[in-house]
Design a protein. Sequence first.
Length: 255
Amino acid sequence: MLLTQGRQQLDLTKRIFTIVASLLVVVAIGSLFKISQNVQLSERQNIFKEVKNNVLQAIHKEIDITVDSLNSLSALFQASDSVDILQFNSFAQQISQPNYTVRVLEWAPITSHTDRAEFENKYNLIIEKNIQGDTQKAANRSHYAPIRYIYPYRSNEAVIGLDVLTNSNRIISMDNVISSGRVIASAPLKLIQDNHSNLGVLFVSAVFSGSTNNNTNIERGRSDNLLGFVIAVVQFKNFFQHISALETGKIDLFV
Protein backbone atom coordinates (compact mmCIF):
# COMPACT_ATOMS: atom_id res chain seq x y z
CA MET A 1 0.00 0.00 0.00
CA LEU A 2 2.89 2.33 0.84
CA LEU A 3 4.44 1.43 -2.48
CA THR A 4 1.21 2.30 -4.24
CA GLN A 5 0.95 5.65 -2.43
CA GLY A 6 4.58 6.37 -3.27
CA ARG A 7 3.96 5.68 -6.95
CA GLN A 8 0.87 7.95 -6.93
CA GLN A 9 2.90 10.75 -5.33
CA LEU A 10 5.66 10.16 -7.86
CA ASP A 11 3.20 10.23 -10.74
CA LEU A 12 1.65 13.43 -9.34
CA THR A 13 5.09 14.99 -9.00
CA LYS A 14 5.95 14.01 -12.57
CA ARG A 15 2.70 15.47 -13.84
CA ILE A 16 3.29 18.71 -11.93
CA PHE A 17 6.89 18.84 -13.18
CA THR A 18 5.75 18.14 -16.72
CA ILE A 19 3.11 20.87 -16.55
CA VAL A 20 5.50 23.38 -15.02
CA ALA A 21 8.22 22.46 -17.53
CA SER A 22 5.73 22.80 -20.38
CA LEU A 23 4.69 26.24 -19.12
CA LEU A 24 8.32 27.29 -18.84
CA VAL A 25 8.95 26.10 -22.39
CA VAL A 26 5.94 28.09 -23.63
CA VAL A 27 7.13 31.16 -21.74
CA ALA A 28 10.66 30.69 -23.09
CA ILE A 29 9.42 30.28 -26.65
CA GLY A 30 7.21 33.33 -26.25
CA SER A 31 10.12 35.34 -24.87
CA LEU A 32 12.39 34.24 -27.70
CA PHE A 33 9.68 35.12 -30.24
CA LYS A 34 9.24 38.54 -28.63
CA ILE A 35 12.99 39.09 -28.60
CA SER A 36 13.15 38.02 -32.25
CA GLN A 37 10.33 40.42 -33.11
CA ASN A 38 12.09 43.25 -31.28
CA VAL A 39 15.37 42.46 -33.04
CA GLN A 40 13.64 42.38 -36.45
CA LEU A 41 11.78 45.62 -35.65
CA SER A 42 15.02 47.25 -34.56
CA GLU A 43 16.75 46.04 -37.73
CA ARG A 44 13.90 47.38 -39.88
CA GLN A 45 14.02 50.72 -38.07
CA ASN A 46 17.79 50.93 -38.57
CA ILE A 47 17.43 50.11 -42.28
CA PHE A 48 14.69 52.76 -42.64
CA LYS A 49 16.86 55.36 -40.88
CA GLU A 50 19.83 54.46 -43.08
CA VAL A 51 17.81 54.72 -46.30
CA LYS A 52 16.15 57.94 -45.12
CA ASN A 53 19.54 59.51 -44.40
CA ASN A 54 20.89 58.32 -47.76
CA VAL A 55 17.90 59.80 -49.59
CA LEU A 56 18.14 63.12 -47.72
CA GLN A 57 21.85 63.36 -48.44
CA ALA A 58 21.21 62.60 -52.11
CA ILE A 59 18.45 65.23 -52.29
CA HIS A 60 20.70 67.86 -50.70
CA LYS A 61 23.46 66.92 -53.14
CA GLU A 62 21.10 67.28 -56.12
CA ILE A 63 19.92 70.67 -54.84
CA ASP A 64 23.52 71.82 -54.39
CA ILE A 65 24.34 70.69 -57.95
CA THR A 66 21.30 72.55 -59.30
CA VAL A 67 22.22 75.75 -57.44
CA ASP A 68 25.82 75.49 -58.66
CA SER A 69 24.58 74.98 -62.23
CA LEU A 70 22.42 78.11 -62.06
CA ASN A 71 25.25 80.13 -60.54
CA SER A 72 27.52 78.99 -63.36
CA LEU A 73 24.87 79.89 -65.94
CA SER A 74 24.45 83.31 -64.32
CA ALA A 75 28.19 83.88 -64.56
CA LEU A 76 28.06 83.08 -68.28
CA PHE A 77 25.57 85.87 -68.97
CA GLN A 78 27.31 88.29 -66.60
CA ALA A 79 30.65 87.75 -68.31
CA SER A 80 29.44 88.27 -71.88
CA ASP A 81 27.62 91.09 -73.62
CA SER A 82 25.95 88.56 -75.91
CA VAL A 83 25.37 84.82 -75.57
CA ASP A 84 23.97 83.08 -78.63
CA ILE A 85 21.97 79.85 -78.71
CA LEU A 86 25.00 77.69 -79.61
CA GLN A 87 27.01 79.02 -76.67
CA PHE A 88 24.06 78.54 -74.34
CA ASN A 89 23.43 74.97 -75.48
CA SER A 90 27.09 74.02 -75.23
CA PHE A 91 27.44 75.45 -71.74
CA ALA A 92 24.10 74.07 -70.53
CA GLN A 93 25.02 70.61 -71.78
CA GLN A 94 28.26 70.66 -69.80
CA ILE A 95 26.72 71.72 -66.48
CA SER A 96 23.62 69.54 -66.70
CA GLN A 97 25.34 66.19 -67.32
CA PRO A 98 25.93 65.11 -63.68
CA ASN A 99 22.40 65.91 -62.57
CA TYR A 100 19.54 63.40 -62.33
CA THR A 101 16.80 65.90 -61.53
CA VAL A 102 17.15 68.91 -63.87
CA ARG A 103 14.86 68.49 -66.82
CA VAL A 104 15.58 71.77 -68.57
CA LEU A 105 17.71 74.90 -68.19
CA GLU A 106 16.26 78.23 -69.35
CA TRP A 107 17.28 81.82 -69.96
CA ALA A 108 14.67 84.59 -69.78
CA PRO A 109 16.08 88.06 -70.57
CA ILE A 110 14.40 91.28 -69.50
CA THR A 111 12.66 92.72 -72.55
CA SER A 112 11.07 96.17 -72.63
CA HIS A 113 7.72 96.78 -74.28
CA THR A 114 9.45 98.81 -76.99
CA ASP A 115 11.49 95.71 -77.89
CA ARG A 116 8.53 93.33 -77.78
CA ALA A 117 7.83 93.35 -81.50
CA GLU A 118 11.49 92.65 -82.30
CA PHE A 119 11.58 89.74 -79.82
CA GLU A 120 8.37 88.23 -81.21
CA ASN A 121 9.57 88.56 -84.80
CA LYS A 122 12.92 86.93 -83.99
CA TYR A 123 12.00 84.30 -81.43
CA ASN A 124 8.42 83.67 -80.41
CA LEU A 125 5.20 85.29 -79.29
CA ILE A 126 5.44 86.49 -75.70
CA ILE A 127 2.88 84.48 -73.77
CA GLU A 128 1.52 84.14 -70.25
CA LYS A 129 -0.62 81.65 -68.35
CA ASN A 130 -4.24 82.47 -67.64
CA ILE A 131 -6.25 81.51 -64.55
CA GLN A 132 -6.94 78.05 -66.00
CA GLY A 133 -3.21 77.51 -66.54
CA ASP A 134 -3.47 77.70 -70.34
CA THR A 135 -1.16 79.95 -72.37
CA GLN A 136 -2.29 83.09 -74.12
CA LYS A 137 -0.76 86.21 -75.64
CA ALA A 138 0.78 88.30 -72.88
CA ALA A 139 -0.96 91.52 -71.91
CA ASN A 140 0.92 94.77 -72.51
CA ARG A 141 3.36 95.66 -69.75
CA SER A 142 6.42 97.90 -69.43
CA HIS A 143 8.76 94.90 -69.17
CA TYR A 144 8.68 91.16 -69.78
CA ALA A 145 11.00 88.25 -69.09
CA PRO A 146 10.15 85.78 -71.88
CA ILE A 147 12.03 82.51 -72.07
CA ARG A 148 14.42 82.77 -75.03
CA TYR A 149 16.76 79.80 -74.66
CA ILE A 150 16.06 76.31 -73.34
CA TYR A 151 18.21 73.20 -73.11
CA PRO A 152 17.31 70.61 -74.14
CA TYR A 153 14.93 72.06 -76.73
CA ARG A 154 13.12 68.86 -77.63
CA SER A 155 9.96 68.25 -75.60
CA ASN A 156 10.34 71.65 -73.91
CA GLU A 157 9.72 74.05 -76.78
CA ALA A 158 6.19 74.84 -75.56
CA VAL A 159 7.60 77.25 -72.95
CA ILE A 160 9.51 79.44 -75.44
CA GLY A 161 8.22 83.00 -75.02
CA LEU A 162 6.61 82.40 -71.61
CA ASP A 163 6.93 85.53 -69.47
CA VAL A 164 8.31 84.29 -66.15
CA LEU A 165 7.42 87.60 -64.49
CA THR A 166 3.80 86.47 -64.65
CA ASN A 167 4.39 83.47 -62.40
CA SER A 168 1.77 83.36 -59.68
CA ASN A 169 2.98 84.44 -56.24
CA ARG A 170 1.47 81.20 -54.96
CA ILE A 171 4.10 79.39 -57.01
CA ILE A 172 7.06 81.74 -56.66
CA SER A 173 7.47 85.43 -55.91
CA MET A 174 9.63 86.96 -58.61
CA ASP A 175 10.04 90.04 -56.39
CA ASN A 176 11.74 87.77 -53.83
CA VAL A 177 13.93 86.27 -56.54
CA ILE A 178 15.03 89.76 -57.59
CA SER A 179 15.55 91.21 -54.11
CA SER A 180 17.24 88.16 -52.56
CA GLY A 181 20.01 87.80 -55.11
CA ARG A 182 19.91 84.04 -54.43
CA VAL A 183 18.48 80.93 -56.07
CA ILE A 184 14.85 80.56 -55.00
CA ALA A 185 12.78 77.37 -55.36
CA SER A 186 9.10 77.44 -56.25
CA ALA A 187 6.20 75.43 -54.97
CA PRO A 188 5.43 72.33 -57.09
CA LEU A 189 3.64 73.18 -60.34
CA LYS A 190 2.31 71.35 -63.38
CA LEU A 191 4.51 71.83 -66.42
CA ILE A 192 3.22 73.35 -69.64
CA GLN A 193 5.48 71.13 -71.75
CA ASP A 194 3.82 68.02 -70.29
CA ASN A 195 0.28 69.28 -70.83
CA HIS A 196 0.13 69.96 -67.07
CA SER A 197 0.36 66.22 -66.31
CA ASN A 198 3.72 66.15 -64.48
CA LEU A 199 4.87 68.14 -61.47
CA GLY A 200 8.08 70.09 -61.37
CA VAL A 201 9.85 72.66 -59.22
CA LEU A 202 11.42 75.86 -60.55
CA PHE A 203 14.80 76.98 -59.28
CA VAL A 204 15.17 80.63 -60.31
CA SER A 205 17.96 83.16 -59.98
CA ALA A 206 18.08 86.78 -61.13
CA VAL A 207 21.10 87.82 -63.19
CA PHE A 208 22.52 91.32 -62.80
CA SER A 209 25.10 93.14 -64.88
CA GLY A 210 26.85 94.32 -61.70
CA SER A 211 27.66 92.61 -58.42
CA THR A 212 24.68 94.09 -56.56
CA ASN A 213 20.97 94.60 -57.05
CA ASN A 214 20.12 98.29 -57.43
CA ASN A 215 16.62 97.95 -56.01
CA THR A 216 15.22 96.73 -59.30
CA ASN A 217 11.51 97.33 -59.63
CA ILE A 218 10.05 95.87 -62.82
CA GLU A 219 6.49 97.02 -62.07
CA ARG A 220 7.60 100.67 -62.09
CA GLY A 221 9.27 100.23 -65.43
CA ARG A 222 12.89 100.29 -64.20
CA SER A 223 15.06 97.33 -65.07
CA ASP A 224 18.26 98.99 -63.76
CA ASN A 225 21.01 96.35 -63.96
CA LEU A 226 18.73 93.31 -64.10
CA LEU A 227 19.61 91.27 -67.18
CA GLY A 228 17.13 88.44 -66.78
CA PHE A 229 16.61 85.10 -65.07
CA VAL A 230 18.21 81.68 -65.26
CA ILE A 231 15.85 78.84 -64.46
CA ALA A 232 16.22 75.12 -63.79
CA VAL A 233 13.11 72.97 -64.01
CA VAL A 234 13.57 70.10 -61.58
CA GLN A 235 11.67 66.81 -61.56
CA PHE A 236 12.43 64.20 -58.90
CA LYS A 237 10.89 61.22 -60.71
CA ASN A 238 14.14 60.12 -62.38
CA PHE A 239 16.02 60.91 -59.19
CA PHE A 240 13.92 58.58 -57.05
CA GLN A 241 14.13 55.87 -59.69
CA HIS A 242 17.91 56.19 -59.52
CA ILE A 243 17.92 56.13 -55.70
CA SER A 244 15.52 53.18 -55.60
CA ALA A 245 17.90 51.18 -57.79
CA LEU A 246 20.75 51.91 -55.36
CA GLU A 247 18.68 50.87 -52.35
CA THR A 248 17.40 47.62 -53.89
CA GLY A 249 17.08 44.88 -51.26
CA LYS A 250 16.75 47.33 -48.38
CA ILE A 251 13.45 49.12 -48.90
CA ASP A 252 11.02 49.98 -51.70
CA LEU A 253 10.69 53.66 -52.58
CA PHE A 254 7.47 55.01 -54.09
CA VAL A 255 6.73 58.55 -55.30
